[in-house]
Design a protein around this ligand. Structure first.
Ligand SMILES: [Zn+2]
Length: 233
């Protein structure tokens, strides 16, 4: 079965990841700052003598600077103990004292839909990023440079560019098999009973993806590509 992401979030939030990992490793006393939820240990995934395995309760994630493994509660259990994903979920739910969700076809359908909308937002963000790097994004890139943003910052914040077009994004999403109603549900096109043909809401704009705590694109911040004329007077 698929687990609702709200359920997975809830149990992950209730159980500090250090509580899961701490059952399998011994924390390094010198490097660890338990009060800040900041833990270090020798990595259980690769043999080592000095601790380069880090886990942070606030983020609910672990990362090994030695061998590069990283993940969350479930990943730790599936990768280290060879549990199946549902077994790992069951274990964390038990630790959280939260009953496993009953199978609810309605809820699964809602979850499916929510996932689809997030997928569409991710596709759109990728489209905007590509457009910024394409020739049509030259003006926007120049503007961002002028504002002091390095290529690295642009990359880190996944900035993009919505081209000057009424249907570039719409056509791109359609080419990826996204249905008309899904595109409309994301608010990326202007549509309505008065509008014969929907059109891209954002045109000739710099796009700043807004990420959820799970690092999924859930919305966009938008800015014009140049200072508006009145400011130049
Ligand atoms: Zn490691």
């Amino acid at each position: 079965m698929r687990f609702p992401s709200s359920f997975l979030d809830e149990i992950r939030d209730r159980v500090p990841i250090s509580g899961v990992i701490g059952q399998r490793v011994t924390w390094d006393r010198k490097k660890t700052n338990a009060g800040r939820g900041d833990f270090w240990a020798c990595c259980p995934f690769h043999g080592e003598k000095t601790p380069s395995f880090h886990c942070e309760d606030r983020k609910g994630r672990y990362h090994c600077f030695g061998c590069g493994v990283s993940g969350d509660h479930f990943r730790f259990l599936t990768d280290l103990d060879g549990m199946s994903f549902p077994e790992a979920v069951q274990r964390i739910a038990d630790m959280a004292g939260v009953p496993m969700p009953a199978i609810d076809p309605q809820a699964e359908k809602r979850e499916e839909k929510r996932r689809t909308l997030i997928d569409v937002m991710e596709l759109a963000a990728g489209f905007f990023r590509d457009r910024l790097q394409a020739s049509e994004g030259a003006k926007a890139r120049a503007y961002l440079r002028e504002r002091g943003l390095s290529a690295r910052t642009i990359d880190t914040f996944q900035l993009g560019y919505a081209p000057e077009s009424r249907n570039a994004l719409k056509e791109f999403l359609a080419s990826k098999g996204v249905e008309k109603h899904e595109i409309e549900a994301c608010g990326l096109v202007v549509h309505g009973p008065e509008i014969a043909v929907s059109y891209d809401r954002f045109r000739d704009r710099i796009m700043f993806p807004i990420l959820s705590s799970r690092e999924k694109v859930i919305a966009f911040g938008v800015a014009p590509c140049a200072r508006t004329r009145w400011r130049n007077i």
